[in-house]
Design a protein around this ligand. Structure first.
Ligand code: WTA
Length: 656
């Protein structure tokens, strides 16, 4: 992977073709600037107009933004609407027979669901939830395979005003339990199994395990979608109900619950700099508006598009750009259950050809691994249906960008490199493809109405070329409203006192280049980005420390060619430091332990054992030094404040 240095020197510019620009929803830089000027001169008018244009209201709002209780901002607060109504009912008149979802299962079988069918299935399942006593404001945890039913479950919650909290199907029972507990969920929706890459994972058994670990008394029922023929080992007649039996005979019409604009739509847990994941709570109207604005401007949505976002609904990208964004705007989208490498590394390209995909949105880590596994494979497929490509989740290195541009996009498709976060709900910095010329590796310019700045520690703007902290200086509709159950943490994490509580602190470092383009350099906190997944170093450390063998652990990231970053753990055992085969065996056990506590995605790639960790005299672990050791770098900095400098030498030679 190219280093930051080579990224800095990137000068290639790719303006949209005349053809793309002419047809684009926002055409040319004049179009972009006109929108920005309107946002600058009349911020509330700008967002108010978009909210009237892109959201269908039951009761129109009269107020746009209330900043009186900052940073607890309110948008459109006296308006009423329902997100599911906006994704389904409002399309019934003009496009009931349009395909909403083309679902391709892991084994390649394909099914299609029209907007009318989706509407009825969501309504029926919503009635199922109601029959179990779920009411507005209740929390429902969704732990599902990436299937149409996962989207139906989310939409059904939105329809009746229940707050969903989707837990990625790759998370373990322990992680699921933590989230169920924090959300005090009433219902868990799961499946007997998920299937990915030909392998089944017993989600129902893992749910049982999560509930069995304890303190999940809030859960009244577990709804089980039957994804495969396998029977779950355990079944409780009183607490478990099959999805298909729940909905049997129920009406397929369900009046939406009219929600206040500010009523929470969902909570999604994400990693931060402590051991406890944060429940990111989003609003109904503001969040939904963010998804619609970006579908229109960034994905340049057209009625005949076949749109495909490869994320899983367990992540924010799957929420905003599968479950809500494309349905809200009435798109036809592909949902793919499986993995990009099964049955071979040509799966994505085969699917683009098969479904005539026009808009393709994926993660740099997927692109890099597919280059490595089969850079020539795309040539076997006809990818001429594509007109727009996107990336999300981490910086893309220019080499991968160029391959994506040339080999996948045939040199003709703009690439929208979209920077955003679970907390921002929708794209923040990204090229509007018919306007902004792209540069490999830069997410370019903020969307109109998104006021970004790059600042130093005191909040003062930083000159181009120098790295600083990326902040957003004005509230925007799709911004996180609070951390579930922890308003104080919300305030101190995102609106810190250093910036007088005024700026939203993204937690990324970035710099401007001479064209004012933004380059994201990485996280400034203890968050790792492994294959585009956010992981807290503290979360992995606490999982390791919970193992009976472990006295102490420190986790750092190391640059990785494909995954962006990999996880390296330094571990001190309660017993003697193991070496050789014994060390390898314990390392293997600890990796399995982390997979069990959090999930496979959090497994350390490397574990090193030491008698101790490098600490300051006040007992603080010097993670910076551990990062140097993990990368095999010389330690050049001053280590005079270290309590135990000799440990560095031991750790340096501790690779197993
Ligand atoms: C990183 C994912 C560079 C960033 C939508 C951010 C990116 C974190 C990009 C959020 C991008 C996301 N270029 N870095 N285009 N997109 N990131 O919450 O560090 O899972 O803070 O949201 O991913 O990760 P999250």
């Amino acid at each position: 992977m190219s280093s930051i240095d080579s990224v800095l020197k990137e000068t290639r510019l790719f303006p949209p073709s005349d053809d793309f620009r002419t047809k684009a929803n926002v055409s040319g830089m004049e179009g972009y600037h006109t929108l920005c000027e309107k946002a600058n001169s009349d911020y509330q008018g700008f967002w108010g107009d978009l909210a009237r244009e892109l959201v269908s209201w039951r009761k129109p709002f009269t107020k746009v933004l209330d900043e009186s209780n900052a940073p607890f901002f309110k948008w459109f607060e006296d308006g009423e609407m329902n997100v599911s109504y906006n994704c389904l009912d409002r399309h019934l008149e003009s496009k009931a027979n349009k395909v909403a979802i083309i679902f391709e299962a892991d084994d390649g079988s394909v099914s299609r669901v029209t907007y009318r069918e989706l509407y009825h299935r969501v309504c029926q399942f919503a009635n199922g939830l109601k029959s179990l006593g779920v009411v507005k404001g209740d929390r429902v945890v969704i732990y599902m395979p990436h299937t149409v039913e996962a989207v139906i479950a989310m939409q059904a919650c939105a329809r009746i005003g229940a707050i969903h909290s989707v837990v990625f199907g790759g998370f373990s029972a322990g992680a699921l339990r933590d989230r169920i507990q924090d959300a005090t969920a009433k219902i868990v929706i799961t499946a007997n199994e998920s299937v990915r890459g030909g392998k089944a994972t017993p989600l129902k058994a893992m749910t049982d395990e999560a509930l069995g670990i304890g303190n999940c008394e809030s859960v009244e029922k577990v709804i089980v979608f039957q994804r495969t023929g396998t029977k779950p080992d355990h079944w409780s007649e009183s607490n478990n109900v099959w999805w298909h039996q729940l909905v049997k005979g129920l009406p397929d019409i369900c009046e939406p619950e009219w929600m206040n604009a500010e009523d929470p739509l969902f909570v999604l847990y994400t990693s931060g700099s402590t051991g406890k994941p944060k429940g990111i709570q989003h609003s109904s109207a503001g969040y939904f508006l963010g998804t619609q604005v970006s579908m229109k401007w960034v994905f340049d949505y057209k009625e005949d598009d076949v749109y495909w976002c490869t994320a899983d609904v367990g992540w924010i990208t799957g929420h905003s750009y599968i479950a809500y964004g494309p349905l809200g705007i009435g798109a036809t989208q592909v949902i793919f259950e499986g993995v990009p490498t099964y049955p071979d590394a040509g799966r994505f390209w085969a699917m683009i050809e098969k479904h005539q995909v026009t808009t393709f949105y994926t993660a740099p880590t997927a692109i890099r691994s597919l280059i490595k596994l089969g850079g020539d494979l795309p040539k076997q497929y006809d990818l001429s249906s594509l007109r727009l490509l996107g990336t999300v989740g981490e910086p893309i290195n220019p080499d991968a960008w160029m391959w994506y541009h040339e080999v996948i996009g045939g040199g003709r498709c703009p690439i929208v490199d979209t920077w955003w976060q679970t907390e921002t709900g929708s794209n923040m910095v990204a090229p509007l493809p018919g306007a902004v010329a792209t540069k490999p590796g830069s997410c370019t310019l903020p969307l109109p109405g998104i006021m970004t700045a790059i600042v130093d520690e005191s909040g003062a703007p930083i000159e181009p070329g120098k790295g600083g902290s990326l902040v957003i200086t004005r509230p925007f509709p799709s911004l996180v409203r609070t951390i579930y159950n922890d308003a104080a943490r919300f305030k101190s994490t995102y609106f810190p006192d250093e910036f007088n509580g005024k700026y939203y602190l993204a937690g990324d470092s970035a710099h401007y280049d001479e064209h004012g383009y933004i380059w994201i350099m990485g996280r400034i906190d203890d968050v790792l980005n492994v294959s585009g997944h956010r992981l807290g170093t503290m979360e992995i450390e606490s999982a390791l420390a919970a193992n009976p063998l472990v006295a102490e652990a420190a986790v750092v990231g190391r640059p990785h060619e494909i995954k962006g970053e990999s996880v390296v753990a330094f571990v001190v055992l309660k017993g003697d430091r193991p070496e050789g085969e014994e060390g390898k065996l314990i390392a293997k056990q600890l990796r399995e332990w982390v997979a069990h506590e959090i999930g496979k995605i959090a497994q350390p790639d490397e574990i090193r054992f030491g008698d101790n960790l490098p600490k300051t005299r006040s007992g603080k672990i010097m993670r910076r030094l551990l990062r140097n050791i993990a990368k095999g770098e010389e330690i050049t900095q001053d280590i005079s404040t270290l309590e135990n400098p000799a440990i560095l030498e031991q750790l340096r030679h501790s690779a197993l």
